[in-house]
Design a protein around this ligand. Structure first.
Ligand code: BEZ
Length: 401
C-alpha cells in the first residue's frame, strides 16, 4: 500500500476515526495495518519482515505518514529490497502516546517473523520500548523520537537513532538567540513531556552559556491544550523579548496561529526547534508563520545535489515536498539496507550497523555517534514566502553536534 501524505487539516479531522482503529489494534496486541509483500517472515536468505511503528492517530499522526512515505520511497528505489532481501513492511499504529505505542512496540519485539523495527515518533514510547528490544536482541531504529537518553544513559546495542536528540536540537539555537537578544531575556514554552522538557533544557543551557537570561518557562499539558492564549499572555507579561518553543504536529499549528492572533510577532519574535514549522504544519499555519526562525537537521530547501534529487523523487511519488520526518525514515531504510547485508539475525544486523561509516543523506553527511545517535549538522531556518509557497529557507549553519 502506498501511503500518501495528507494535509494536516485533513489528518486532524480524521483523528476520531483513526483513534478508533488505533485502540482496536492496540487491544489486539498491535496488529499489522498494512503490508507490502507476502505477509510472512519469509526465507531468511532472500526475504525479511521489518516492523514499522508510527502514529496513525493523535497530534503526531501526520508525522507518521511522512515517515512511512520516506521509508517506502527508499524501498521503492531499491526494488523493495534491503540488503538484497525482499522486504515485507509490517506497519503498526503507535497511537497517541506510550499507552498505545509501548504495547504495540513490545508485540513487534516479541514477533519472531519481524527481524528489526523502525519508526517511533514519541520519546516516551521509545524510552518505554528500550528494554523489550534489548531483551529480544532485536534492533530498533528510532527514526524520530529525540529523547536525549536514547543516545545517552539509556543507550543499548539494539537501539539506533537516525533522527536527532531533543536537547541538541534546542541547544543548537541557544548561542544564536543570545547574540540576537544582547542581554534581554527569553521565555521558554513546550508540551509537558520528555521531548518538550529536553528541548527547553538544551536551549536554556546553551543560551545561558552564551550570556542569555530566562524570564520564565511554561510547560503546557501535552496533546490536550487547544487554548495557548493564557500561556502566551504570561510570556508577554514576563518582560521577555523573545520566545523559544518546542511544539510539533497539530499543537504547533494551534500554537503559532494563536501567537499570531495575539499580534505578538512584532514585539516578541518566535524561535524554536524546527518541528514548529515543518511540513504540513507550515502549510496549515499559513502566513502566521512568516518570520519564525528555527533550528533543525534538515530543510527541504537545502541546496545540495543529493537533496534536490530526493525532493524531486519524493514530490513525484507523493505530491508534496518531503519533511525532516521523511528524511530520517528514508535514512532508517538506508542504514538497514547496509546492515541487512550481514544477515537477518539481531546480532548480525547490529554488527552491520556498527560497521556503517558516513551516510550520504539529503540532510548532508552524518554518522552514528558512539552511543548510536546521529552526529550531524543543524541549520538555521527562517519561514519565508517563495514562489507563492511558505518554506523554511536555510539562512546559516548553526553547529555540528
Ligand atoms: C519526540 O517525542 O521526541 C518528538 C515528537 C515530535 C517531534 C519531535 C520530537
Amino acid at each position: 500500500m502506498k501511503a500518501r501524505r495528507h494535509g494536516l487539516v485533513n489528518a486532524v479531522a480524521g483523528v476520531a476515526a483513526a483513534t478508533t482503529i488505533g485502540v482496536f489494534l492496540a487491544g489486539c496486541g498491535g496488529s499489522s495495518l498494512s503490508s507490502g509483500g507476502s505477509g510472512s517472515g519469509g526465507d531468511a536468505a532472500t526475504a525479511a519482515t521489518i516492523g514499522f511503528l508510527v502514529p496513525k492517530s493523535g497530534v503526531y499522526a501526520p508525522l507518521g505518514t511522512d515517515m512511512e512515505n520516506g521509508f517506502r520511497l527508499y524501498l521503492k528505489q531499491k526494488g523493495e529490497k534491503l540488503g538484497g532481501k525482499t522486504i515485507t513492511l509490517k506497519v503498526v499504529d503507535e497511537g497517541a502516546g506510550p499507552d498505545t505505542g509501548v504495547p504495540a512496540g513490545q508485540a513487534l519485539a516479541r514477533d519472531a517473523d519481524v527481524k528489526a523495527v523502525a519508526g517511533v515518533v514519541n520519546s516516551a514510547v521509545a524510552l518505554g520500548l528500550r528494554d523489550a528490544f534489548q531483551e529480544a536482541k532485536k534492533p530498533l531504529i528510532v527514526a524520530n523520537a529525540g529523547a536525549d537518553a536514547i543516545s545517552g544513559e539509556r543507550s543499548s546495542d539494539y537501539m539506533w537513532r537516525t533522527s536527532f536528540s531533543n536537547g541538541e536540537c534546542g541547544a543548537s539555537l541557544g548561542k544564536y538567540v543570545a547574540s540576537q537578544l544582547k542581554g534581554a531575556s527569553a521565555y521558554l514554552m513546550a508540551p509537558d513531556y520528555a521531548a518538550g522538557k529536553e528541548a527547553v533544557t538544551g536551549f536554556e543551557q546553551a543560551f545561558k552559556a552564551a550570556g542569555g537570561t530566562v524570564a520564565g518557562t511554561q510547560l503546557t499539558p501535552f496533546g490536550t491544550t487547544t487554548n495557548f492564549q493564557p500561556y502566551l499572555a504570561a510570556a508577554r507579561n514576563s518582560g521577555a523579548k523573545a520566545i523559544f518553543a518546542f511544539y510539533a504536529g497539530s499543537e504547533a499549528v494551534t500554537f503559532v496561529k494563536q501567537y499570531n492572533e495575539l499580534g505578538m510577532s512584532t514585539d516578541l519574535p518566535l524561535y524554536g526547534s524546527g518541528f514548529l514549522t515543518e511540513g504540513g504544519v507550515l502549510a496549515a499555519q499559513g502566513k502566521s508563520a512568516v518570520g519564525i526562525m528555527t533550528s533543525l537537521n534538515y530543510s527541504n530547501q537545502l541546496d545540495t545535489a543529493t537533496n534536490k534529487t530526493f525532493v524531486e523523487d519524493y514530490t513525484k511519488a507523493y505530491g508534496s515536498a518531503p519533511t525532516v520526518y521523511s528524511v530520517t525514515a528514508y535514512d532508517a531504510a538506508a542504514v538497514l539496507d547496509k546492515a541487512l547485508t550481514q544477515g537477518v539475525g539481531g546480532d548480525q544486523i547490529v554488527a552491520g550497523l556498527k560497521a556503517i561509516g558516513t551516510i550520504d543523506s539529503p540532510r548532508g553527511q552524518w554518522k552514528f555517534s558512539e552511543k548510536h545517535g546521529a552526529a550531524q549538522a543543524y541549520y538555521l531556518r527562517k519561514v519565508v514566502e517563495k514562489d507563492g509557497q511558505l518554506v523554511n529557507s536555510v539562512i546559516g549553519d548553526l553547529a555540528k553536534l
